[in-house]
Design a protein around this ligand. Structure first.
Ligand SMILES: [Fe+2]
Length: 149
């Protein structure tokens, strides 16, 4: 399966959010490397560790993004958080049964995580991006004019 490439249209233009998502893409690309390989039994320990890393990167990214959405009072935050929870649950479920069926879990999770990330950026993150950009602009602008007074 092809790797994930960051393209400009994925930029939310809130620096930390973009950086955290890029880190997540990198983690996912490490995971995807095993898709082209003929996997050996010992690879599955490594793959399991990468899945744990992805899960941690996801947790950090979502927590940060949700803080930003709350800070700017994004009106659709509840639905957005729900999407995040759905994904977190699914990754936890994969991790829980990983040791029982690593080959199957790996294959299923590669497809699911990759598709979910791209879809979430396009459908959900892109939805709040213009709102946050405007709110951020107004905040910065107000702060500037307060300083100018
Ligand atoms: Fe999100």
């Amino acid at each position: 399966m092809s790797k994930l490439a960051w393209i400009n249209e994925y930029n939310i233009d809130v620096p930390d959010i973009d950086d955290k998502m890029k880190a997540l893409f990198e983690g996912m690309n490490r995971y995807l490397e095993y898709d082209d390989k003929r996997r050996k039994e010992e690879d599955y320990d490594e793959i399991g560790e990468i899945l744990a890393d992805i899960s941690e990167a996801v947790r950090q990214h979502f927590a940060h993004e949700e803080r930003v959405l709350a800070q700017f009072h994004y009106p659709e935050i509840a639905g957005h958080k729900k999407e995040h929870r759905r994904f977190v649950k699914k990754i936890l479920a994969y991790r829980r049964v990983y040791s029982e069926e690593p080959e199957k879990i790996y294959k299923d999770s590669v497809k699911y995580i990759k598709e979910w990330l791209v879809q979430h950026i396009k459908d959900d993150d892109m939805r709040y991006a213009p709102f946050i950009r405007v709110q951020k602009y107004l905040n910065d602008h107000n702060a500037q004019s307060r300083r100018g007074r």
